[in-house]
Ligand binder design. Sequence first.
Ligand code: SF4
Length: 448
Amino acid sequence: MYEFAVAPAVTGIRRRGVEIAEVSPESLGFELELEPGDRILKVNGRSVRDYLDFRFQTAGETELVLDVRKTTGEDWELQIERGEGEDFGLSFEQIVPRQCANECIFCFCNGNPADARPSLFIKDEDVRLSFLYGNYTTLTSITEQEMRRIVEQRLSPQYVSVHATDLDVRAYLLGIDKKRADIAPKLTRLLDAGIEIHAQVVLCPGINDGAILRKTIADLAAEYPRVTSVAIVPLGLTRYNTDPRLTAVTPDFCRKTIAEISAIQADLRKRLGTTFAFLGDEIYLRGGRAVPARSHYGDYPQIEDGIGMVRSFNNEFSALLKSLERRPLAQPAKLRGTVLTGTLFAPVFKTLIDKINLRFGTWLTVEGVENNYFGGDVSVAGLLTGSDLVSARNQISGDFVIIPKSTLKSDEEIMLDGMKLEELTAKLGLLVYPLDLKSFAQFLFWNN
Ligand code: SF4
């Protein structure tokens, strides 16, 4: 059993080793009398800094020596022989992310209301989290030790925010000097060591679009297949991010970008056999254009960055419709409720839900909810807050409300503005179901 997560805050002090959070009953760790709170300091004489070190240093080893500091302060040396593949049954403390030292002009932290959840102000820049969760890093302040660790422990792929290969533009966007902004040698070193890179561009109108973007795509495509893909996502401005250097992304800008990049994508597909440079779903939705077909996205290399999510959702929804054909709902009229989502996705979702209503007799409505908490051009479902959903009370009809599961923290039923699900339920005076597509399908059948 291995588990890891991101710590909600950065603490200054780092203790030696990695702390055990849980020990499974009857596991090897249990037999060794390891307990929550114990710290593993070394494996076979090598220091352990975190969970990843422990996993790397124990992998494939059947004879091990663990240096452990017990919660009592005692130091134990454990000589272990374990069967091949035998698990320790340990889970560990969260990884404390390293923070970035950039001053990006578009940094999302500058766009948060002052009272937003503390975790929204974490400027993480951590190659471990890049490997584990696909978090982007800029590589600007990566240390030699971290570079070596990526290579030695094969922390591949890495997700790198490139933004522009033009050095002046990159330095300007990151708010740092050119020396620090220059990641070309670091990228080459990682690529030469066989580390796979996925790149990202946050597209800022008038800064890294046009010729700069074309150059960025061409430079990165020259490294294909070592650089596997580039995600081009639009700048998002909240009402708090009023930096005069930034220009909002408009529907017109999106349409222009789609036209320009479509031609480049066609050429890349011909030459490389992959679209390689993908535009974020938001660009198609804001531009009022249909998202590309399934084949455009290959194996969805950057779906977590909002690339192909809508296509994938549409296709999964079609599969749901097919399963409803095979197993029709017995009492569809009982399903009378409202689906609340962000204004960006609402029109797409409405078309899909209308199909269900029409074919199966349910009474579901879809309502787009304005994001007043962040304001600006924030319109995605995942950034809706409790106060936004409460303000949409008069848009709700029926007996229940469905909200996007992504509005809640992954490990707690709390929204970005700190409102808990139970509070939202009380304020709306209706049953509230936080669902994703899979649980939506289950919901339809359960409540029938
Ligand atoms: S690298 Fe990320 S967290 Fe750091 S300043 Fe830039 S946008 Fe903000």
